[in-house]
Write a protein that binds this ligand. Structure first.
Ligand code: F6P
Length: 361
């Protein structure tokens, strides 16, 4: 009998823990089932381009250093939807058939996709089109993939944001300042709210809960009245202005990305709050670096389970972390859905209970 051949790719923005997941998939597939594992480079591009761009993994190529290594050794893309691929002349072209043909050319029998909600949606559509059996593994520092409590990368990003709070607190106190920390998270506030609670913030703003400038100013005045001469504030990049506009900056290639809400708020607060304010934008520091232990563990558990799903013929599923264990859910229940903070859930109530201003419902 010939060995089963499976492919694996990473798609969307990178994060810490991706290599740990790759390692786990390769170990389980080779050690337990004797399969061949092909790593596809640069997300879907590796199957769209000719010649195909891939590497065959063996156990030697996925040593324990993979646990410690940030980013993804396979490379990834977060633009270039194969159904609307951006061409050099600015037009969009449907290149989905190139992907399907590439899959057939490589002769693999199932695909493991490590991605966020957007990648799950696109890859799921691609796989449906090509009749490709797919299993998904959730990753994103934003932690917004539906049906899973944790996505790979979140724990590391949270540690980075928490450490930033620890570093900002003493300098805020020394200079009697209001420090605003702007964190990533796209349209959700998981990093912001968790880091705010863990880091002792006075104000946490997240896209899920509206705020007022008066509310923030009142909280800062309250802090001063309680005898503290500095305050810490965390704002999620996806928060809108109080009049409902997103704050974005144009990146190379004409791509708009969130960024700047911290500076915006600092300028607005200067009108009402007397204290000096400084802004720190954490940015991609949250995505890189050595993965947190939690991410390594989740990534390893996801990788092993994903291979077992393929072995059991359970396809079209995504592995998920629920109530302390790995389970699997239909990808169609996840694809393109964003898991937001529940404004009345445990974390929001905890923040309110601690006296943190998190906006007004
Ligand atoms: O989705 C992950 C994420 O890091 C978001 O938190 C952030 O808004 C975005 O990606 C940044 O994208 P890019 O790496 O393209 O600048």
């Amino acid at each position: 009998m010939t060995a089963k051949r499976i492919g694996i790719l990473t798609s969307g923005g990178d994060c810490a823990g991706l290599n740990a997941a790759l390692r786990a998939v390769v170990h389980r597939a080779i050690r337990n089932y004797g399969w061949k594992v092909f790593g596809i480079r640069d997300g879907s591009l590796g199957l769209m381009n000719r010649p195909l761009n891939y590497v065959e993994f063996d156990l030697k190529s996925v040593g324990d250093d993979m646990l410690r290594l940030g980013g993804t050794i396979l490379g990834t893309i977060n633009k270039g939807d194969p159904f609307a691929y951006p061409m050099p002349d600015g037009s969009k072209k449907d290149r989905s058939q190139d992907f399907v043909d590439g899959y057939k050319e490589l002769g693999i029998e199932a695909l493991v996709v490590i991605g966020g909600d957007g990648s799950m949606r696109i890859l799921n559509e691609l796989c449906r089109k090509g009749g490709i059996p797919m299993v998904g593994i959730p990753k994103t520092i934003d932690n917004d993939v539906a049906q899973t409590d944790y996505a790979i990368g979140f724990a590391t990003a949270l540690n980075v944001a928490g450490e930033a709070m620890d570093r900002l607190a003493p300098t805020a106190a020394s200079h009697h300042r209001v420090m605003i920390l702007e964190v990533m998270g796209r349209d959700v506030g998981h990093i912001a709210l968790n880091a705010g609670i863990a880091g002792g913030a006075d104000v946490v703003l997240i896209p899920e809960i509206p705020y007022t400038l008066e509310g923030i100013a009142k909280k800062i005045a309250e802090v001063r009245d309680e005898g503290r001469n500095h305050a810490l504030m965390v704002v999620a990049e996806g928060c809108k202005t109080e009049t409902g506009e997103s704050v974005t900056t144009l990146q190379s290639g004409g791509q708009a990305r969130y960024g700047g809400i911290g500076q915006y708020l600092a300028a607005r607060l200067a009108e009402t709050v007397e204290a000096e304010t400084r802004v720190t934008v954490l940015g991609h520091v949250q995505r890189g670096g050595m993965p947190a232990m939690r991410d390594r563990i989740i990534a390893s558990a996801f990788g092993v389970y994903a291979v077992d799903l393929i072995a059991q013929g359970k396809l079209g599923r995504m592995v998920a972390w629920q109530h302390g264990q790995v389970v699997d859910v239909p990808i169609t229940d996840v694809a393109g859905i964003t898991r937001a903070i529940d404004p009345y859930g445990t974390l929001a109530q905890t923040a309110r209970g601690l006296g943190i201003y998190i906006g007004e419902m």
